[in-house]
Design a protein around this ligand. Structure first.
Ligand code: HEC
Length: 197
């Protein structure tokens, strides 16, 4: 019917900016994939690992069958939307994990979102048979994290000017008395030529 209306000046500018962003995103993506395909190491090193015992393997089956994967991620299975449990065995003991599964709120020491009494969505977890909870706790305790991974309690080994400056800028003075610097515990202050390890 009517003639197509020509774009207005402002529309041209808007579409132009949008198009430029799209083009930049696509180019950046292609560039990154290209660089990644030519690297001989993974771009992001995997810092979590696991070595499952017999009971741990049974636990990993329970983990899938009892739908833990609908809210969690472990061993590259499960959802990215929830809490990743990879490496949790380096932060929590098996006893803590078992206690948490059975009695979440008391063990957490804070109100929980999904674990806990009904009608919370993961209320069923505490009611699983005893032997399944034990297998789950063993499985989770065998998911380990290397030092320096986001799931590990300790930062990467060796001195880090970045962490030093963050602590200097953001840690209030009174924290120095109140808290211990975990890095001191890992490596007692050495002469300084400990680069890298
Ligand atoms: C409906 C979602 C949901 C399901 C299903 C679920 N979880 Fe969770 N899980 C959570 C949330 C959310 C948290 C954080 C604590 C909270 O607020 O409940 C959590 C916390 C945990 C923690 C403590 C992590 C930590 O270090 O603080 C463990 C261990 C855990 N879940 C194991 C399991 C296992 C094993 C199953 C399956 C039997 C399971 N979860 C099923 C949502 C879920």
């Amino acid at each position: 019917m009517g003639k197509k209306q020509p774009l207005r000046q402002g529309e041209k500018i808007l579409f132009g900016i949008f198009g430029a962003f799209m083009a930049a995103a696509i180019l950046a993506y292609i560039g990154m994939e290209w660089a990644r395909s030519r690297m001989d190491r993974p771009m992001f090193p995997v810092l979590t690992h696991f070595e499952l015992s017999e009971e741990g393997k049974q636990g990993s089956v329970v983990f899938r069958e009892r739908r833990c994967t609908s809210c969690h991620r472990a061993m590259r299975n499960g959802t990215n939307m929830g809490l990743s449990l990879d490496g949790i065995g380096s932060r929590r003991t098996r006893d803590w994990l078992l206690a948490f599964l059975k009695d979440p709120e008391a063990t957490y020491g804070a109100p929980t979102l999904d674990h806990g009494p009904a009608p919370k969505e993961a209320a069923y977890v505490a009611k699983l048979p005893e032997h399944e909870l034990a297998q789950l706790a063993t499985f989770l305790s065998e998911l380990r994290a290397d030092q320096g991974s986001a799931a590990a309690p300790l930062p990467p080994p060796g001195p880090s000017p970045f962490i030093d400056s963050m602590v200097r800028i953001f840690a209030p003075e009174e924290w120095k008395e109140k808290y211990e610097d975990v890095r001191q515990r890992a490596a007692p202050p050495a002469a300084g030529q400990e680069e890298g390890r």
